[in-house]
Write a protein that binds this ligand. Sequence first.
Ligand code: 5GP
Ligand code: ZN
Length: 116
Amino acid sequence: MSDNCIFCKIARGDIPSRKVYEDDELFAFHDINPVAPVHFLLIPKLHLVSLAEADDSHAALLGKMLTLAPKLAKEQGLDNGFRTVINTGKGGGQEVFHLHVHIIGGGNIPPMVKRS
Ligand code: 5GP
Ligand code: ZN
Protein backbone atom coordinates (compact mmCIF):
# COMPACT_ATOMS: atom_id res chain seq x y z
CA MET A 1 0.00 0.00 0.00
CA SER A 2 1.33 3.39 -0.97
CA ASP A 3 -0.01 6.63 0.53
CA ASN A 4 0.46 8.64 -2.64
CA CYS A 5 -0.95 6.12 -5.09
CA ILE A 6 -4.32 6.91 -6.64
CA PHE A 7 -5.15 3.24 -7.27
CA CYS A 8 -4.27 2.25 -3.69
CA LYS A 9 -6.69 4.99 -2.59
CA ILE A 10 -9.38 3.65 -4.94
CA ALA A 11 -8.85 0.08 -3.66
CA ARG A 12 -9.18 1.35 -0.07
CA GLY A 13 -12.32 3.32 -0.95
CA ASP A 14 -10.64 6.64 -0.09
CA ILE A 15 -11.30 7.81 -3.66
CA PRO A 16 -14.69 6.82 -5.07
CA SER A 17 -14.93 4.60 -8.12
CA ARG A 18 -17.55 2.57 -9.93
CA LYS A 19 -16.67 -0.84 -8.53
CA VAL A 20 -16.87 -3.92 -10.75
CA TYR A 21 -15.41 -6.51 -8.37
CA GLU A 22 -13.59 -6.89 -5.06
CA ASP A 23 -12.06 -9.72 -3.08
CA ASP A 24 -9.28 -9.88 -0.50
CA GLU A 25 -6.52 -9.48 -3.11
CA LEU A 26 -8.06 -7.80 -6.15
CA PHE A 27 -10.20 -4.80 -7.05
CA ALA A 28 -11.81 -3.83 -10.36
CA PHE A 29 -13.45 -0.54 -11.32
CA HIS A 30 -14.60 1.33 -14.41
CA ASP A 31 -12.01 3.55 -16.08
CA ILE A 32 -12.79 7.25 -15.60
CA ASN A 33 -11.95 7.96 -19.26
CA PRO A 34 -13.21 4.93 -21.21
CA VAL A 35 -11.98 4.23 -24.73
CA ALA A 36 -14.84 1.82 -25.49
CA PRO A 37 -18.38 1.18 -24.18
CA VAL A 38 -16.92 -1.19 -21.57
CA HIS A 39 -13.55 -0.27 -20.09
CA PHE A 40 -12.57 -1.27 -16.61
CA LEU A 41 -9.33 -1.79 -14.71
CA LEU A 42 -8.34 -4.81 -12.64
CA ILE A 43 -5.69 -4.18 -9.99
CA PRO A 44 -4.05 -6.06 -7.15
CA LYS A 45 -4.64 -4.45 -3.75
CA LEU A 46 -0.91 -4.91 -3.25
CA HIS A 47 0.95 -1.83 -4.45
CA LEU A 48 2.97 -3.32 -7.28
CA VAL A 49 4.32 -0.56 -9.54
CA SER A 50 4.22 -2.45 -12.82
CA LEU A 51 4.82 -5.78 -14.48
CA ALA A 52 8.52 -4.87 -14.52
CA GLU A 53 8.57 -5.08 -10.70
CA ALA A 54 6.80 -8.46 -10.58
CA ASP A 55 8.79 -11.54 -9.63
CA ASP A 56 8.10 -15.21 -8.86
CA SER A 57 6.43 -14.26 -5.58
CA HIS A 58 3.68 -12.54 -7.59
CA ALA A 59 3.01 -15.43 -9.98
CA ALA A 60 -0.14 -16.66 -8.23
CA LEU A 61 -1.53 -13.13 -7.95
CA LEU A 62 -0.93 -12.42 -11.65
CA GLY A 63 -2.46 -15.76 -12.58
CA LYS A 64 -5.52 -14.93 -10.49
CA MET A 65 -5.89 -11.61 -12.31
CA LEU A 66 -5.70 -13.20 -15.75
CA THR A 67 -8.18 -15.96 -14.94
CA LEU A 68 -10.59 -13.50 -13.33
CA ALA A 69 -10.52 -11.13 -16.32
CA PRO A 70 -12.74 -13.22 -18.66
CA LYS A 71 -15.28 -13.82 -15.88
CA LEU A 72 -15.60 -10.09 -15.19
CA ALA A 73 -15.67 -9.32 -18.92
CA LYS A 74 -18.58 -11.70 -19.33
CA GLU A 75 -20.40 -10.19 -16.35
CA GLN A 76 -19.99 -6.79 -18.00
CA GLY A 77 -21.68 -8.11 -21.13
CA LEU A 78 -18.60 -8.79 -23.24
CA ASP A 79 -19.83 -12.12 -24.61
CA ASN A 80 -18.06 -11.68 -27.91
CA GLY A 81 -14.55 -11.11 -26.63
CA PHE A 82 -12.50 -8.32 -25.15
CA ARG A 83 -9.04 -6.78 -25.16
CA THR A 84 -6.64 -6.87 -22.24
CA VAL A 85 -3.87 -4.28 -22.07
CA ILE A 86 -1.08 -3.90 -19.53
CA ASN A 87 1.03 -0.80 -20.07
CA THR A 88 4.43 -1.12 -18.42
CA GLY A 89 6.66 1.85 -17.62
CA LYS A 90 6.88 5.20 -19.34
CA GLY A 91 8.06 3.50 -22.52
CA GLY A 92 4.92 1.38 -22.49
CA GLY A 93 2.60 4.34 -22.03
CA GLN A 94 1.88 3.66 -18.35
CA GLU A 95 0.49 6.72 -16.55
CA VAL A 96 -0.60 5.31 -13.20
CA PHE A 97 2.22 3.43 -11.51
CA HIS A 98 0.21 0.72 -9.81
CA LEU A 99 -0.09 -2.42 -11.94
CA HIS A 100 -3.43 -2.65 -13.74
CA VAL A 101 -5.01 -4.67 -16.50
CA HIS A 102 -7.28 -2.73 -18.84
CA ILE A 103 -10.28 -4.79 -19.93
CA ILE A 104 -11.87 -3.20 -22.97
CA GLY A 105 -14.69 -4.13 -25.32
CA GLY A 106 -18.19 -3.62 -26.56
CA GLY A 107 -17.32 -1.40 -29.46
CA ASN A 108 -15.41 -1.52 -32.67
CA ILE A 109 -11.99 -2.63 -31.47
CA PRO A 110 -9.42 -2.20 -34.23
CA PRO A 111 -6.43 -4.52 -34.59
CA MET A 112 -3.65 -3.53 -32.18
CA VAL A 113 -0.98 -3.56 -34.84
CA LYS A 114 -1.66 -2.71 -38.45
CA ARG A 115 0.75 -4.05 -41.03
CA SER A 116 0.66 -2.73 -44.56
P1 5GP B 1 -2.28 3.62 -17.95
O1 5GP B 1 -2.02 4.64 -19.02
O2 5GP B 1 -1.45 3.87 -16.72
O3 5GP B 1 -2.19 2.19 -18.43
O4 5GP B 1 -3.81 3.77 -17.58
C1 5GP B 1 -4.27 4.50 -16.50
C2 5GP B 1 -5.78 4.55 -16.62
O5 5GP B 1 -6.32 4.97 -15.39
C3 5GP B 1 -6.30 5.51 -17.69
O6 5GP B 1 -7.09 4.80 -18.64
C4 5GP B 1 -7.12 6.53 -16.90
O7 5GP B 1 -8.27 6.95 -17.57
C5 5GP B 1 -7.43 5.77 -15.62
N1 5GP B 1 -7.58 6.63 -14.44
C6 5GP B 1 -6.70 7.58 -14.02
N2 5GP B 1 -7.13 8.15 -12.88
C7 5GP B 1 -8.31 7.54 -12.57
C8 5GP B 1 -9.24 7.71 -11.50
O8 5GP B 1 -9.10 8.53 -10.60
N3 5GP B 1 -10.34 6.91 -11.51
C9 5GP B 1 -10.56 5.98 -12.49
N4 5GP B 1 -11.67 5.25 -12.40
N5 5GP B 1 -9.69 5.79 -13.51
C10 5GP B 1 -8.59 6.56 -13.55
ZN1 ZN C 1 -0.81 1.66 -5.39
